[in-house]
Every structure is written in structure tokens, then in C-alpha cells.
Design a protein around this ligand. Structure first.
Ligand SMILES: [Zn+2]
Length: 474
């Protein structure tokens, strides 16, 4: 057995080495940010100036050079001046503070009925979701068309016509909790940041879901594509990973391929920030040529592509693997037009979100943005935006509409569990955009018309369709 004096010396040694390492990472990261910022300024002053080579970005245009992914000391870091490097000391301090909250976090009601009624669960409109899937005519789905046709309200008829004549002009989003949503466009069934279970760590310890998922994975139409923003357990659930397996194409940021390979999953496309990928024609109802690169696609009108875009966050499933893999957001485009932005988890950086809009050169149609898990601000500001910042991100991206997610699922922070929703609804009124800034209910399908996403819309409107099971937003 090691004597105590030796244990103390070993402990002090570890603390010294760790502190020196974090100081090095902090210094080196600031150095890179300064270098990139001054080169960016130089390129603004002189567009012919040689830009720094970051990763494999071929087009080397702003903001991909300034905000290319960055590795320091063997781990990914955030190349944003707004980010504050977080140490193990801060992590341990915050966990200790949480323990002393004695279950008071989130100000949850004592009565389970009150909690349930404050977070209503809606069964997804499966008839509509199956009907909009590419393979709806398969024998399994017989009767779905009839069920849709019998829905006779005037607004439903309007949507029915769209479904019949131009299904690719509709996008549906069904929020299932945290950042997990079932999204359909171009005949594709997309699942974002998969999560269906009730526990984050295990059945016995760790945060429990406030209300269960509105449906099981098996109840949904077959998933074609899974978008994973980062490998935190509330954005990439192991059980769902195993159940989907190789039946869907997984699109993940750099490093996450390794985690999936350990589960036997090889149907994976791994992207670095600013890398583009055309969506294979086997997945969409519209033709496309498979291509991986870093140029904006201005080709075929109906070509669908995914671009991995940056986010200000971190990664890791255990403490030891923190920042071994990259974190990201995603933009899905059709014919070069940005249609859908999945933010994952992120802090706020004005240059970053304005940069994303500049990069695509166009406003995007719909942004799914996190708006919960943001208090205390001193600790969480750099990793989670609050509702005010989410509205600002929407404006920076020029998004016509936004859906606020990442709240009401687990208590992971200090704000009241309904604060994100209440604040989003207040901001929607203040901005006079109640039908553009949306806080969804679990399981209720939002249907969007993306046919004229460049037209200037005077006023959006929201209509209940399918006997109130879904909402049509136009
Ligand atoms: Zn996260």
C-alpha cells in the first residue's frame, strides 16, 4: 500500500499537471483565435491576402477559415472569443452545489398530476406522418390515405391537396423531447439527436425524464437519416442507437463515428465543420448525386444536401473523454437554399450565427433552437443559449420561423422548468411574431409549407388541422 505522504504528493502532482495543462489549452486557444481574427480582418482589408489553412476547407471563405474546427492539446476546443474554457474544478464545484439543492432544482410541482398537466403529451399524427413518408404505399400503410381523406375540415383539405400534389413542399416537425424531433422533408424521415428513454444515466441514478416520450421509436415511420449534433447522453441515447442500427444513415460530427462503430454501426457519414454532403437519392424522393465536399451546391433545384456547421459547446459521455469528439449544428438545403437548421446545443456568438447566414448567402426557413438549461448564467452561458439569445440567433440566421426545444424534458439547470416556454411565448408577443416563434407541445406535428421560402411573408398564420392533431403553419 502506498503511504499517505506519497498519496498526498501524487495528488498534488496531478493537480499541478492538470492546472498547467488547462492553462496551456486556454493560452493556445486564445492565441489561435487572435491569429484567425487578425487574418480575417486582413482578408476584409485585402481580399487577396492568403488565408490560414483550416482543416480541409477548400473554398477558404469566411467564416469557414475563422471558425474552422480546432484541436489544442489533443482535444477539440471552441474557436470563439465568447467561449470561456471550463475546468474540472468548475465542473466539480457545480455538481456539489447541485447536490445541496436537495431536489429543489427546476421548482417542480410536488403533485405529479400538476406536472403532467403542465407538460401535455400529444400522440403524434401517425396517419399524416406515414402518408408523407416516401414508402407510404407499402401494404403496412393501407388505410392511411383513407384516414387522411376522411378528414374534412377546410384547412385539412388545403393540406390534403398539398400532400397529394406536391408533398415535397411540406416539412413536418414533431418534437419528442430535448432536441429529439421527427422531421420530414423531400420524402425523408429524419430523426434529430435521438432520445426516447426515461433516464440519462441509469434506471437508479441520474436525471429522470419529467414526462415520457410521446411515442416509441417503433411507432414512427422508418427513419432514413439520423442527425447527431454531439455525443452528450441527452442527444445520443445508446439504447436508441442500438435499435436503429444500420437501418438509417447516421450523420455525425468528427469523432462520433468511433462511438457508433463500437455498437456495430457503419452506415455513417462523419463531417467536419463546413463540410457538405449530398443526401443519397435512395433516401429522398428527389434525385441527387452523391458528393462530399465543401462547396455550396447551386446545382439541381431539388438536390438536398446537409452542411455540418459549428456550434459553441463541448462533448463527452464521461469526464475522461471530454472534447475527444466534435460538436456541431446542421443546415439542410434544397437546391442551395437553406431550409432547416438544427442547432444542437450552443452558446451565443454573434459572429458565428451571422457568419452562417453569410456563408449560405440566404435566410433559412426554419430553425430548431435550444432555449432551456441556461441557469446559472455564469456557468452555462457559454454552452446553452437562453430564450432571448435563441430569438437573436433566429434573427442572425434570418430564419422565417423557429421552434424552441431543449426544455421540459430533464431538469439539468436552475431555472423554473416552464421558464423557457413562458419566456419564448412572451418574446413571440413582444416581437409581434406569435406564429413564427413557436414553442411546441410534445408529440404535436407542426406542418410547414416550404414551397416559396424566399417570398416575403406579411403575416404567418397557424391553423389546427387533422381535427386538432396537427398544426399547419404558413
Ligand atoms: Zn450538450
Amino acid at each position: 500500500m502506498m503511504p499517505w505522504s506519497l498519496k498526498v504528493r501524487a495528488g498534488v502532482g496531478i493537480v499541478v499537471v492538470y492546472t498547467a495543462y488547462t492553462a496551456y489549452v486556454q493560452y493556445k486557444t486564445s492565441h489561435h483565435i487572435d491569429k484567425r481574427t487578425s487574418r480575417h480582418q486582413l482578408s476584409l482589408d485585402n481580399p487577396n491576402a492568403v488565408l490560414e489553412d483550416v482543416g480541409n476547407n477548400e473554398n477558404r471563405s469566411w467564416p469557414s477559415t475563422r471558425f474552422g474546427s480546432l484541436i489544442v492539446g489533443g482535444k477539440f476546443v471552441n474557436p470563439f472569443p465568447e467561449y470561456r474554457h471550463q475546468t474540472l474544478y468548475e465542473f466539480i464545484y457545480c455538481r456539489l452545489i447541485e447536490v445541496f439543492h436537495f431536489g429543489g432544482r427546476g421548482s417542480l410541482p410536488k403533485d405529479p398530476k400538476e406536472l403532467k398537466s403542465s407538460l401535455p403529451l400529444v400522440k403524434p399524427d401517425f396517419d399524416l406522418l406515414f402518408r408523407l413518408s416516401k414508402d407510404y404505399s407499402s401494404t403496412r400503410l393501407t388505410g392511411v390515405l383513407d384516414a387522411i381523406s376522411q378528414d374534412s375540415t377546410a384547412s385539412s383539405k388545403h393540406v390534403m391537396e398539398k400532400i397529394e400534389n406536391s408533398p415535397n413542399d411540406l416539412l413536418t416537425l414533431t418534437w419528442l423531447g430535448q432536441s429529439c424531433a421527427f422531421v420530414q422533408m423531400g420524402g425523408m424521415n429524419i430523426l434529430t439527436d435521438p432520445l426516447f428513454g426515461n433516464n440519462l444515466v441509469s434506471n437508479y441514478i441520474g436525471p429522470r425524464r419529467l414526462v415520457p416520450s410521446p411515442c416509441k421509436l417503433e411507432e414512427l415511420p422508418k427513419i432514413d437519416l439520423v442527425l447527431v449534433s454531439h455525443d452528450h447522453p441527452d442527444h445520443l441515447e445508446l439504447d436508441t442507437v442500438k435499435r436503429i442500427g444500420n437501418s438509417a444513415l447516421w450523420v455525425v460530427p468528427t469523432g462520433v463515428r468511433h462511438f457508433l462503430a463500437k455498437q456495430g454501426i457503419y452506415n455513417v457519414a462523419e463531417l467536419d465543420w463546413w463540410q457538405h454532403m449530398n443526401i443519397p437519392s435512395s433516401i429522398t424522393t428527389e434525385p441527387t448525386n452523391l458528393r462530399l465536399g465543401s462547396n455550396i451546391n447551386n446545382g439541381t433545384k431539388n438536390e438536398w444536401e446537409i452542411v455540418c456547421t459549428p456550434a459553441m459547446h463541448w462533448s463527452g459521455r464521461k469526464l475522461i473523454d471530454a472534447n475527444n469528439t466534435l460538436w456541431c449544428s446542421f443546415m439542410i438545403l434544397r437546391g442551395g437554399k437553406p431550409i432547416f437548421f438544427h442547432a444542437g446545443d450552443t452558446g451565443y456568438s454573434s459572429d458565428l450565427f451571422n457568419g452562417i447566414r453569410n456563408y449560405f448567402g440566404r435566410d433559412c426557413y426554419l430553425a430548431m433552437l435550444p432555449c432551456g438549461a441556461y441557469k446559472p448564467r455564469w456557468h452555462l452561458k457559454t454552452q446553452h443559449i437562453d430564450p432571448n439569445e435563441a430569438v437573436q440567433v433566429m434573427k442572425d440566421l434570418g430564419a422565417r420561423k423557429m421552434v424552441g426545444v431543449h426544455w421540459g424534458t430533464f431538469v439539468l439547470s436552475d431555472e423554473h422548468y416552464l421558464d423557457p416556454k413562458i419566456t419564448m411565448e412572451r418574446l413571440a408577443k413582444e416581437e409581434k411574431r406569435p406564429d413564427d416563434i413557436l414553442t411546441p407541445e410534445f408529440g404535436k406535428t407542426l406542418v410547414f409549407d416550404i414551397s416559396d421560402n424566399e417570398a416575403i411573408v406579411q403575416k404567418s398564420k397557424r391553423t389546427l388541422i387533422r381535427d386538432g392533431k396537427s398544426v399547419f403553419v404558413e
